[in-house]
Design a protein around this ligand. Sequence first.
Ligand SMILES: [Zn+2]
Length: 217
Amino acid sequence: MSETTFFGFDNKDMRSEVQDRFKMEMGKTYIISFATEDPNSVFVGCKMHYSKSLKQGWKCLSTSTSKEICCTQDYDGNEAKPRIGCVIVIYSDDEDELTGKTTRKVKSVKPWIFGGSVYDNLIKIYKIHGMVDLQVTCKDATYQTIGSLVPEKAQAWTTNENLKASILAKAKKLYSTLPKMLAPTKSISEIKEILGISSGSAEASTGLTLDSVAGNL
Ligand SMILES: [Zn+2]
């Protein structure tokens, strides 16, 4: 039991941990950029399970040497998939009505969380173009499915030294929050409860055949 306390407007412990992250709207085009210049430290990742029927997801508890219940049970979502996060700069392009020239301005710096297929596409772009600004569109807002991902010119935010320093400082803070944001962490007993397995009788209640267990090992 935690203590009950009186406090003002500065109690960090009482604040919600929900972070504002990059969320795309259907049909909108976004210009974004990685909030780092170091290609060796861009992403944070883990494996996670997501069950569409249960509408729940959680971090995979298996390791390279042992498979846990989240991977060995028969349910939609038992295949753990990559969950990757990075911090991005989001721009807005302002058009000057007189000259018709557009100026790229930094609008915000936010975490961006996605799955393995987006990472695959980011690798392809990086291998050809290096670290560049990217144009992204969304084709499904619920699952944040990407419609297109197109490379642009060099990272615009890095050209102004003052702006660059403040972006890097903000990005550094956000990077430390990424591991928590990737997926909810649940214990083995919590996962058993979600999957409707009574503790201690996992094997008996699953109806798994020996073959399918062996295939998961
Ligand atoms: Zn798992």
